[in-house]
Design a protein around this ligand. Structure first.
Ligand code: AMP
Ligand code: TRP
Length: 338
């Protein structure tokens, strides 16, 4: 038990439905570990309200994605008895606190977070992007502060949002002369844990990258996994070495091998050192297929039982609401509406 972790909160958007290998290695595997090591149940939210910032997401797709993501999290080993898994929109406290925080921040401060400009470009809507793209970090701050979170395991791309959350917590406590908000620590995933695209190993594996074969999803069948990894971009040096700067493709494959076998990168290198690139690709395919096969069948079993998934999310909602209720009452008393 690692008492320092305290309360852990993290969120994953159901925008693509099924996580890819980067999500699995970088986020879900660590969460599975935390459910056994953290002193309090980690809280994991399928953040459907955040996914609404994509105006192209159709309602029927979102509805299905929420189930797909929940089934994926459970299939990857998250245990509803050891953590709280819930759908963000079922706990309205998130939107309520988000509005209160919106009134505690400034337009200038939110505009200084530069991710929204990139998102606007990505959506191709320079003239008419949803306002949610700009105020997204305030909803994220509400997610975190509602549960008096100590630790937030997220990627380094979320750093500015976490920094805003910490600032808002401090500003709120000072302005309302209280101690309601807990200033969270962050747990930034280091660059070395980032899984890269198989087609372009200088950029991260991502949901929005549609390039054929750039990512492996946790539901890909064995043949597809092998085909994608076989085509992974590497280099012409036949001797294997780990050097993410100079040899991003080979190093990415060694990183995947290490993560799937739960061993260090140096131990992974020792195991594969004598192989050529093709043998490495086969070895990586073997460990990925071995790890993902049971996940794939468990996912399809769970998708057959929507009632069970609904029940898990409903229990999660009840547990999350209990905590969120308390915080929101304290917040309302502090600001003078209660
Ligand atoms: P996203 O897919 O961007 O919504 O991210 C969901 C979670 O997966 C976050 O905690 C990310 O940091 C993590 N994640 C996303 N892509 C990668 C990647 N390529 N490598 C490692 N972790 C990732
Ligand atoms: N913004 C996060 C992402 O895109 C998802 C998220 C929403 C989140 N709320 C959160 C992560 C709260 C951690 C804590 O990956």
């Amino acid at each position: 038990m690692n008492a320092k972790l305290g309360r852990i909160f993290s969120g994953i958007q159901p925008s693509a439905g099924v996580p890819h290998l980067g999500n699995y290695i970088g986020a879900i595997k660590p969460w599975v570990h935390y459910q056994d090591t953290a002193p309090l149940k980690p809280i994991l939210s399928v953040v459907d309200l955040h996914a609404l910032t994509n105006p192209k997401l159709k309602p029927e797709i979102l509805r299905d994605n929420i189930f797909q993501m929940t089934a994926s999290l459970l299939a990857c080993g998250l245990d509803p008895n050891k953590c709280i898994i819930f759908q963000q929109s079922t706990v309205p406290h998130h939107t309520e606190l988000s509005w209160i925080l919106t009134c505690c921040s400034t337009l200038q401060r939110i505009q200084a977070i530069n991710t929204w400009r990139e998102k606007v470009k990505l959506l191709g809507k320079e003239k008419g992007a949803p306002l949610g793209v700009l105020v997204y970090p305030l909803l994220m701050a509400a997610d975190i502060l509602l549960y008096k979170t100590d630790t937030i395991p997220v990627g380094d791309d979320q750093s500015q949002n976490i920094e805003l959350t910490r600032e808002l917590a401090t500003t709120f406590n000072r302005r309302f002369n209280c101690n309601v908000m807990k200033v969270p620590e962050k747990l930034v995933q280091t660059e070395s844990n980032r899984i890269k695209s198989l087609r372009d190993p200088t950029s991260k594996m991502s949901k929005s990258d549609d390039t054929q074969g750039s990512s492996v999803t946790i539901l890909d069948c064995q043949d597809l996994i092998r085909a994608k990894i076989k085509k992974a971009v590497t280099d012409s040096n036949p001797v294997l070495s780990f050097d993410p700067e100079k040899r991003p493709g080979v190093s990415n494959l060694i990183g995947i091998y290490a993560a799937m076998k739960n061993i260090s990168k140096s131990d992974a290198l020792t195991e594969v050192e004598s192989m050529d690139t093709l043998q490495l690709k086969n070895a990586v395919s073997d460990v990925v297929v071995e790890a993902l096969s049971p996940i794939r069948s468990e996912h399809s079993r769970l998708m057959e039982s929507k009632e069970y998934l609904t029940q898990v999310l409903n229990n999660g909602k009840n547990s999350a609401t209990e905590i969120a209720d308390q915080t929101l009452i304290e917040v309302k008393k502090a600001i003078g509406v209660l």
